[in-house]
Structures are given as structure tokens and as C-alpha cells.
Design a protein around this ligand. Structure first.
Ligand SMILES: Cc1ncc(COP(=O)(O)O)c(C=O)c1O
Length: 394
């Protein structure tokens, strides 16, 4: 039955991680992988998470299934964090999902069932799994232009032109709420306002992928794009993830939320989201969501989380500055200050595929071929070797 099977192409980023593991160099540097690292190069469990877990061990009385839509307290707290008071709770249909990936997939299945003629417009480039997920759900994707010619900043006019001229009413526009992956290039507040007006005028449906809340400018600030959309679009979809901002990667914690015009429609949307969940994985895992609910629901743990999140954000911002200065002082001969305008863990460096290849083969430095680096992979211990190597390949 299976003799015809051909191996699937390896995942570009996970393939690099495997090559990194196999590399015997003691000085190897991994800037390909998409997880936060502290100054020691570790991806730690947050203190607030450890404390919440200890409490849960003592107080949890059952591991019975959650409802199809997940833990009610978790959904209520997530709704507050993501939407604030921008939209009445009764207009939001939200289900807990396994990570942000699960959120995007449930949203995609929902769209495929109810807007089957829609095309999903994604930025070029976008998180590569977006295209896989929509293809798996049976929805076609098209790309809108995003980057300028140097591939280090936004070409906002090109973005507007594509959504104005090519997307059709009823199509879906996928937007990264903040900390665009893979580029780090985000919209400025005035650009969100202009884009939101275009989306509302042309009858497009925003699907907001919110995987890095708190990694850009702050929890509230990073929701500005979403709130700007909500001010003019009364229907939209959000997929959120707590993998990065709670460091809960492997616990798989996220949501999919559909914002509707009224409570009756929200109830119908919730029932349809639950149908999508039921046929995918029946109901979501408890632990990570219980941890997030415990932290967000407790003033002391909530405060600790905000401090730890600030710490992660500040480390990334500080590392961006150190990298730019070290490249300048080392004589890179090219201005890298655009890295300071980019947000979140990822950055497009403008390095060519050939330069990335040379970084790997000659210096054991692993960078995605597009030139994307994980800024959090840069540490005080590897900064000098990294910048000297970049300068050499330049
Ligand atoms: C833009 C974007 N969306 C969604 C996700 C999925 O996150 P999760 O690990 O929670 O599934 C990621 C993770 O890298 C991401 O970068």
C-alpha cells in the first residue's frame, strides 16, 4: 500500500536545527530556531509558571476531559488580555487550542466550512506554516507584497496596492498583530489606521495572528493593530499563542476567536468552532491553559509574569542595540540600524542565501537562508564571534 510514498521535503528551519545538533564545533551558534533564549543561551521555565505549577499539583483534583472549547477561566482571561475592552465579550466566540498553530488551523477549518470561496492573503514573506495550514484546510492562499527592495523594512504602498487591487470582497487578510515572523517588520500606528480603513471599505475579513504579545513594545502596545482593526471592522478572527510570552512552548496553549456583530451570531460561531475542534482533536490539553489561567487570575503571579515578560522583551531590545553597535564598531561597512526598528525575536538581516551558507559552512553559525535571525539567540558569550563572522562574509 505504501510503496509509492516519497519522503516529504524536510522542514527548512527544523532541518537546520538537526544540522546544528550534528555540528561538532564547540563554538557553534544557532540563530535559526524560534524560541526565546536568555543571556546564558537557555530557554528557561518562567518563575511564575513554576509557582503556578506547584499550586496546581496541590489543588488539581481531576484530569478528566475539558469541554470542547477548553477551560472557561482560561478563555475569559485570554479574552481580557487580547481584546481588553475593545469589543463586548458577548460578541466573541473563543475556543482554547493547542498553541497558536492549533488556533490558526481551527480558524482555517472554520473559514473553509463557511467562506469556502475565500482566498487567504498572506504577506510575502510570512511564517511558512501559514501556507501549509491553509492548504491542509483546503483554502487557497495568495501573497501581498510586504518588504522594501532591501528586504529590511516595509513597502506599505505595495501592501495597500495589492489588497486594494487584487483581493476581492469576502477574501481573508492574514495579518501579524506584532513582531512579524520572519522579518520583524511591523506597521506603524498610522499605517494600521490606513490599512484598517481599506480592509473595512473593501469588505475583507482580517485574520490576526497574535503569537508574540508583549515581545514588541508591551502587552497593551502590541495589541494596537488589533484594536485599530476592531474600531472599524465588526467581524474578524484572532489566533493567539502563549508559547512565547509564557515560555510554554511544549504545553501547547493558544486560542481561536471569532468576533461577530452580535451575541446570537457569536453563539452560532462558537458552535461551529467547536465542530472544527471536535473533528480535529476532540478537546484541548489542560495543563498549559490551567497554568496561564492561574497566573492571569492571581494578582501576585500576574505581576511576576509581567516582570518576567518585560525582562524577555528588554533582553531582545538590548541585544538588537548591541548587535548594531558591534557591527558598526567592527567595521561592517553597512548600516544595520534598521534592526532597531524591527520588533520581536526575529529580524531580516539582509544577508543573502550565499552569505548564510558561508556562515554555516565556515563558522558553524546557523541562520535561515532568507537571512532571518533569532535575535534572542545572540548572547554576550557569542556576540563578538558572531559579528566578526558576519563582517567576514559581508
Ligand atoms: C507567526 C506565528 N504564528 C503562530 C505560531 C505558532 O505558535 P505555537 O508554537 O503556539 O503553535 C508561530 C510560532 O512560531 C508564529 O511565529
Amino acid at each position: 500500500m505504501f510503496e509509492f510514498l516519497k519522503p516529504a521535503p524536510p522542514d527548512a528551519i527544523l532541518g537546520l536545527s538537526e544540522a546544528f545538533q550534528a555540528d561538532p564545533s564547540p563554538a557553534k551558534i544557532n540563530l535559526a530556531v524560534g524560541v526565546f533564549k536568555d543571556a546564558a543561551g537557555q530557554t528557561p521555565v518562567l518563575d511564575c509558571v513554576k509557582r503556578a505549577e506547584r499550586r496546581l499539583v496541590e489543588t488539581e483534583t481531576t484530569k478528566t476531559y475539558l469541554g470542547i472549547d477548553g477551560l472557561p477561566e482560561y478563555r475569559a482571561r485570554t479574552r481580557e488580555l487580547v481584546f481588553g475592552d475593545a469589543v463586548a465579550a458577548e460578541r466573541i466566540a473563543m475556543v482554547q487550542t493547542p498553541g497558536g498553530t492549533g488556533g490558526v488551523r481551527v480558524a482555517a477549518d472554520f473559514l473553509a466550512s463557511h467562506l469556502p470561496r475565500a482566498t487567504v492573503w498572506v504577506s510575502n514573506p510570512t511564517w511558512e506554516n501559514h501556507v501549509n495550514i491553509f492548504a491542509a484546510a483546503g483554502l487557497p492562499t495568495e501573497t501581498y507584497r510586504y518588504l522594501n527592495a532591501a528586504k529590511t523594512g516595509l513597502d506599505f504602498q505595495a501592501l495597500l496596492d495589492d489588497l486594494e487591487g487584487k483581493a476581492r470582497p469576502g477574501d481573508v487578510v492574514l495579518l501579524h498583530a506584532c513582531c512579524h515572523n520572519p522579518t520583524g517588520v511591523d506597521l506603524a500606528p498610522a499605517q494600521w489606521t490606513e490599512l484598517a480603513a481599506l480592509i473595512a471599505r473593501r469588505g475583507l475579513l482580517p485574520l490576526v495572528d497574535f503569537a508574540y504579545q508583549g515581545f514588541g513594545d508591551g502587552l497593551h502596545e502590541d495589541a494596537l493593530g488589533l484594536r485599530t482593526l476592531l474600531a472599524v471592522c465588526d467581524e474578524l478572527i484572532v489566533a493567539n499563542s502563549f508559547s512565547k510570552n509564557f515560555g510554554l512552548y511544549s504545553e501547547r496553549v493558544g486560542t481561536a476567536a471569532v468576533v461577530t456583530r452580535d451575541a446570537t451570531t457569536a453563539a452560532a460561531a462558537l458552535s461551529q468552532l467547536k465542530r472544527a475542534v471536535r473533528s480535529n482533536y476532540s478537546n484541548p490539553p489542560r495543563h498549559g491553559a490551567a497554568v496561564v489561567a492561574a497566573i492571569l487570575g492571581d494578582p501576585e503571579l500576574n505581576q511576576l509574569w509581567r516582570e518576567e515578560l518585560n525582562g524577555m522583551r528588554q533582553r531582545i531590545a538590548g541585544t538588537r542595540r548591541q548587535l548594531v553597535e558591534a557591527l558598526r564598531d567592527g567595521g561592517a561597512g553597512r548600516d544595520f540600524s534598521f534592526l532597531l526598528d524591527q520588533k520581536g525575536m526575529f529580524s531580516y538581516t539582509g544577508l543573502t542565501p550565499m552569505q548564510c551558507d558561508r556562515l554555516r559552512s565556515q563558522f558553524s553559525i546557523y541562520v535561515v537562508g532568507s537571512g532571518r535571525i533569532n535575535v534572542a539567540g545572540v548572547t554576550p558569550g557569542n556576540l563578538t564571534r558572531l559579528t566578526q563572522s558576519i563582517i567576514q562574509v559581508l
